[in-house]
Write a protein that binds this ligand. Structure first.
Ligand SMILES: Nc1ncnc2c1ncn2[C@@H]1O[C@H](COP(=O)(O)OP(=O)(O)OP(=O)(O)O)[C@@H](O)[C@H]1O
Ligand SMILES: [Mg+2]
Length: 369
């Protein structure tokens, strides 16, 4: 999969741009606060339907303008496709896939796939379980429309269940309602848990290999997906649903007492270990970076295995945080896919073969080579 052309109007500080990208490595350089990350965010919007630093669509709109319009053509399995997203306060967000308007996010999610690595992704190993679920959800939503819709449904029902549990009035009707919510949560939750389990299982092997390569075969990475229900590779949907529902049923008393949902996939976690020591508490910054790097590259491999095509890899300003050995490792492992890299200092990449170079200054993007 690769991006061919992109035109931008009024997206964050980029007022106007019309660009063509190289199939291989594209280096975007410029000083701080010029618009490099803003450009990468556009690609993320095309894959996830929202920005990775924004809470609302309006934040993506240039402060001085009243509408943005981004239009991208890309090649997927050798076929040219087009995505266009417009936003204005009156019309809100409008999405067009191959020039037809789509009415729901789920109609275009996953058409364009990218894997993003930003310095904030280090939180994936440093912070708590919610960052880990964010990684899983972000990866899986672009791989499966069903996962995306089930996650939305799950969160909606969970909110309703929690609202009911807060100041719970013990009546037959309310207990019945609680049971109905538990049924839905078990249906959506067990599916999500299995997808997450399979995903971690699938990326594990590659992530471990990447990590061994980065650490020159000295260290072993392991990881484990932790859910409150026991899952195995062969667990069936029905079996997981039943286990899930059983636990929710048993925890009704605790839920009512605490006034919130005690168990569920909203509490899931992933634990990472290097040579049996937990990464979060024991790993050095360099080791933590290598773990995230291995995970992101493994996610790319996973997409290639599942969809027969690499996603576009977006690397936001991560090179400066890595030592030369790791930078070389990245360069050697990205040659087989399209990569868009932002850097402040491009000296090191100036002579990189088969790469295109763009300068960003004050929101103006210029192709240099
Ligand atoms: N909605 C918006 N309208 C106009 N400008 C915006 C908007 N959102 C962000 N900006 C501005 O865009 C500028 C560039 O931001 P960006 O994060 O892309 O910089 P960068 O080139 O990645 O810098 P760094 O190297 O520091 O990461 C910032 O100064 C920011 O204030
Ligand atoms: Mg930036």
């Amino acid at each position: 999969m690769f991006i061919d052309k992109l035109s931008i109007s009024n997206f964050r500080n980029i007022k106007n741009a019309s660009l063509q990208f190289d199939k291989g490595i594209n280096i975007i350089y410029g000083e701080n606060a010029q618009g490099k990350t803003n450009l990468l965010e556009i690609f993320y919007v095309f894959s996830h339907g929202k920005g990775f630093r924004s809470r609302t669509d309006k934040e993506l709109l240039n402060f001085e303008e009243d509408n943005f319009d981004i239009d991208m053509s890309f090649f997927k399995n050798h076929k040219e496709e087009n995505l266009r997203i417009c936003f204005s306060e009156e019309k809100k967000k409008e999405i067009f896939f191959n020039y037809s308007k789509v009415s729901k996010l789920s109609e275009f999610l996953g058409e364009f796939k990218c894997v993003l690595f930003t310095p904030e992704d280090l939180n994936l190993v440093k912070e708590g379980p919610s960052e880990k679920r964010r990684f899983l959800d972000s990866a899986l939503c672009q791989q499966s429309v069903k996962y995306f819709s089930y996650l939305i449904n799950y969160n909606k029902i969970l909110k309703q269940k929690n609202a009911l549990l807060k100041d719970f009035e013990n009546s037959e009707n309310n207990l019945l309602l609680l049971d109905t919510y538990n049924g839905y949560l078990s249906k959506y939750g067990s599916f999500i848990a299995k997808c997450r389990f399979d995903f971690i299982n699938d990326i594990k092997k590659n992530a471990i290999n990447f990590y061994r390569e980065i650490s020159s075969e000295k260290e072993n990475l392991t990881m484990k997906y932790l859910s409150f229900i026991e899952i195995s590779e062969n667990s069936s949907e029905k079996e997981l649903f039943e286990k899930y529902y059983e636990i929710l049923k048993k925890s009704i008393g605790a839920d009512i007492e605490k006034g919130t949902s005690t168990f569920g996939i909203h509490k899931d976690d992933i634990k990472f270990f290097i040579d049996k020591k937990e990464v979060k508490s024991f790993a050095s910054q360099g080791q933590q970076r290598s773990v995230v790097l291995s995970l992101k590259l493994a996610e790319c491999e996973n997409i290639k295995e599942r969809f027969d095509e690499y996603p576009v890899l977006l690397l936001d300003d991560i090179m400066s945080e890595l030592d030369i050995k790791r930078q070389d490792f990245i360069i050697n492992n990205i040659k087989n896919k399209q990569v868009i890299i932002t850097v402040c200092d491009y000296e090191r990449y100036k002579n990189l073969e088969n790469s295109a170079l763009y300068n960003v200054s004050g929101g103006v993007i210029r192709k240099v080579r």
